[in-house]
Design a protein around this ligand. Structure first.
Ligand SMILES: Nc1nc2c(ncn2[C@@H]2O[C@H](COP(=O)(O)OP(=O)(O)OP(=O)(O)O)[C@@H](O)[C@H]2O)c(=O)[nH]1
Length: 514
């Protein structure tokens, strides 16, 4: 029920059973129960609450209960005659008319807040700040709820107004120790953390316990207990309440524009809220805070121009986003550089450092993959095992470095001769392996013989101006008849075919099986 629409019920669903409140830590509950100076309700407010709990409360009964307390009556009359409620300009003079005009939720809120401790010398805590926070949250929450869930606007107003009564209770129970043990009231997040560390729970739960002990409707106590939850909540009245205290904190922050910009940033990720809603809330606060502060007899919170505040906040948010995207771009560049070095590193671990061909472990990994593919798709796959002949003699005759150059030269020749889909690698020493996917043994044979002929055609290198010829023994095995259980068997077969050639006099190509 919105605060400005009179009704004789507190809230449409106020009689629904709310979930039970989480229990207070045992020792704190005992201390609260023993404490003589907890905030209490004036008798008139207690009677208003009693009436609110009855099945069908009547307007006249409320008015009679309030009339018992002249100060509360005066407060209600001024509320009903304030600019917000007296839109038609007519003044009300009786309690019944006042209750009828402002609605029962606002009546309840006024009655409850009337009994709460006021700013004064007795308190160490900044009660001015607490009260300012309370009325800003109440107005903000009410505005939000009127737009998002009008039937809950009254409830949100009342709950937001009294959501921090737990702070008053903790001050009463723990005195100076509490006031000096907390980091102040202005950073609510830090306050909550300090309370949880000190008492095992925060003031929201204590406030809910206190409100329940006054006999408030269950939903009100539950609302107080829920008030510190995250903004990501699809329950609209909870969201309005939680957002209301964040708005209050931002309005009262030393740098409101920065605080609102942080809030805008948080709201950007919520799909439940339209960003423009915040503009309306801030304008509403600017308009209504002075009169509401007068009604509650507290110092008026700073008068901030809503439009300027939002413009500054959006500018700060824009600058912050710009900083974030610059930072992201820098991170991205770093990541790319890291990836590039990783790729380079990875390439190093895959290639043979002398020839630049695939090394043995990479060859084996690739062969595993091609072997599985060929088996699964019943495709041919051939491997060629090449062993250069009498290589020891080359090294012995011309030196190891010359041998190295010969190996590099052969690797280059081999790479140029194989197809793009083939993989040529150095298996070890003067041994090379070529993997030929989708290649039948007779096709592999043609390539192998071409390699052999290429070696015999021209010298592999020159030593002292003289050509140095190298021949090769080549063995081929093919996965055509499904006879090889694994890659090792296939490579062994090619190796065996190569050895047949070696034993037969070298410089030739042999097929496994032949
Ligand atoms: N220069 C050079 N020589 C290598 C390298 N790896 C292996 N070798 C040499 O290759 C030769 C292989 O000798 P063997 O296994 O006896 O075979 P081979 O002399 O080629 O004779 P067959 O294989 O029987 O024809 C050895 O002398 C190795 O030192 C290398 O990276 N660089």
């Amino acid at each position: 029920m919105p605060i400005d629409s009179p009704s004789t019920t507190i809230d449409d669903d106020s009689n629904q059973t709310a979930p039970e409140l989480p229990p207070l830590p045992g020792d704190l509950r005992d201390r609260l129960a023993r404490c003589q100076s907890l905030p209490s309700l004036p008798a008139a407010a207690a009677r208003v609450l009693d009436l609110a709990r009855t099945q069908e409360p009547r307007l006249a009964d409320f008015a009679r209960a309030i009339e018992q307390d002249p100060a509360l009556t005066l407060r209600l009359l001024s509320l009903a005659n304030s600019a917000f409620y007296a839109r038609n300009g007519l003044q009300v003079t009786t309690c019944t008319a006042a209750v009828s005009r402002i609605g029962l939720d606002a009546t309840l809120a006024a009655a409850m807040s009337f009994g709460l401790p006021r700013p004064g010398a007795r308190h160490i805590l900044d009660y001015d700040y607490l009260w300012q926070r309370a009325i800003i949250a109440a107005l903000a929450g009410q505005y939000l709820a009127q737009r998002l869930s009008p039937e809950h606007a009254g409830r949100v107003f009342t709950t937001a107004l009294v959501q921090d009564i737990g702070i008053m209770a903790l001050e009463a129970v723990d005195g100076d120790a509490y006031c000096h043990g907390i980091p102040g009231l202005r950073d609510h997040g830090a306050l909550i953390r300090a309370e949880r560390e000190r008492f095992g729970c925060d003031h929201a739960l204590v406030g809910a316990w206190l409100a329940a002990s006054w006999g408030v409707p269950d939903h009100l106590a539950q609302g107080i207990a829920d008030s510190h939850g995250p903004l990501e909540d699809h329950d609209i009245s909870r969201l309005c309440l939680r957002l209301s205290c964040r708005i209050a904190e931002a309005w009262l922050a030393p740098e409101p524009a920065r605080a609102i910009s942080d809030l805008l940033h948080q709201l950007a990720s919520l799909d439940t809220l339209e960003p423009n809603l915040l503009t309306g809330v801030l304008q509403q606060l600017q308009e209504r805070l002075p009169s509401t502060a007068r009604l509650f007899e507290i110092t008026c919170p700073p008068n901030i121009d809503a439009i300027t505040l939002l413009t500054e906040a959006k500018q700060l948010l824009f600058e912050q986003n710009l900083r974030i995207s610059r930072h992201l771009a820098e991170q991205q560049t770093k990541l790319e550089a890291l990836n590039a070095s990783h790729v380079a590193l990875d390439k190093q671990t895959r290639t043979d450092s002398l020839t630049g061909l695939a090394n043995r472990s990479w060859l084996e990994k690739l062969l595993e993959v091609h072997f599985d593919i060929a088996k699964a798709n019943q495709q041919p796959l051939s491997v060629m095992f090449i062993d250069l002949d009498h290589f020891k003699r080359i090294n012995d005759a011309h030196g190891h470095r010359f041998g190295d150059r010969a190996l590099i030269h052969f690797a280059g020749t081999l790479k140029r001769m194989v197809r793009g889909s083939d993989i040529a690698g150095r298996y070890g020493g003067e041994e090379f392996l070529v993997i030929m996917p989708q290649t039948r043994r007779h096709q592999a044979y043609v390539l192998a013989d071409r390699v052999r002929q290429q070696l015999s055609k021209g010298p592999l290198a020159h030593a002292g101006g003289k050509p140095v010829h190298v021949t090769a023994s080549i063995g081929i095995a093919a996965l055509e008849d499904d006879e090889f259980a694994n890659v090792e068997a296939l490579v062994d077969a090619a190796d065996e075919a190569m050895y047949v050639i070696k034993r037969g006099g070298r410089d030739g190509v042999g097929l496994f099986h032949d």
